[in-house]
Design a protein around this ligand. Sequence first.
Ligand code: IPM
Ligand code: MN
Length: 364
Amino acid sequence: MADLRIAVLPGDGVGPEVTSAGLELLHVIARDGGHRVVAGEHPIGWAGMRDGLEPLPARTLAACRSADAVLLGAVGDPSADRLPPVERPVQGLLQLRQELGCYANLRPVRVSSGLVRYSAVRPDICRGTDILIVRELGGGIYYGEPRGLDEDVGRAWNTLEYDTGEIERIARVAFGLAAERRGQLTSVDKANVLEVSRLWRSTVESLADDYPSVATEHMLVDRAALEVVVRPDRFDVILTANLFGDILSDGAAALAGSLGPLGSASLGGETDLYEPVHGSAPDIAGSGVANPLGAIASVGLMLEHTFGLTAEARRLEAAVDRTLAAGHRTPDLSPASDAPTPLPPMDTVSFTAAVTAELTSLAR
Ligand code: IPM
Ligand code: MN
């Protein structure tokens, strides 16, 4: 019996719709276990900027610092596209990750049997996929200085830099997780071109002896982009840098048929941060059809990693799997045109209710 103190940052686009779905499931799980959810809502991104606030208001950051976990929806709005990149809503998210110091971004890609029919990848290839992408989130080219854009001259520059300490701390997270899973670590880099990747590779190599149960391999990122979709079963844990992880995780979403079902955890900082991998999806925002599974998966990761409620996390996962296996879905998940007549897609609220019903029946 505990208080689960959550800062909820619904943000922009579909963010509010999916965070409220995630929270609904969190409430159900907490109630069953006799826990209390103490959740406060705070603005981030455009949601605050349209009221004259900063992308990451100081009060929002303070609330995140004093919570046990943050559940974030999405950040970004087309109305802000005319602003220079450093003033856009997305800065709120990048600042939040950095201020909290969450350097370890866990992005699981699991294709449950109910998801197979929506996959962009052949059933015999995607079935059984269970990959954990461990993305470095606190550094790399996202934050490197100097950076700049001189439109008059027509020149722009960014800096990719990692030091040994930054590589070691993320690598240890990945090794540790691989040891608890199937004992395989694939470190992804671009060591044939980049000095940073050469340091990355030698640093990962130097830690391998500390994890005798883990088999370590290195793979170039272009090759990894292909392997992830043609031989996903060869991967257990993928360790990679910030930008490569961003790209590979969207690519790997092809296995699950959509970015919609994927959640993430960002750990290692002051407060753990949980967010769906999909963005604000302005094209469907407000129409009530957003896929809540990314937010729900993020809540599952929160139960496991922040609150140590592993059995509850597994139960939530099972409820999602059963909902999908029953053929329920949101419209982002579309079966192949020659598939047997699928059930019509559901809206966010009905789909969330279907997951809740499965969860409740599992609890009995
Ligand atoms: C993600 C997103 C973010 C990122 C954007 C919104 C800054 O694409 O979480 O994958 O690049 O990290
Ligand atoms: Mn991304």
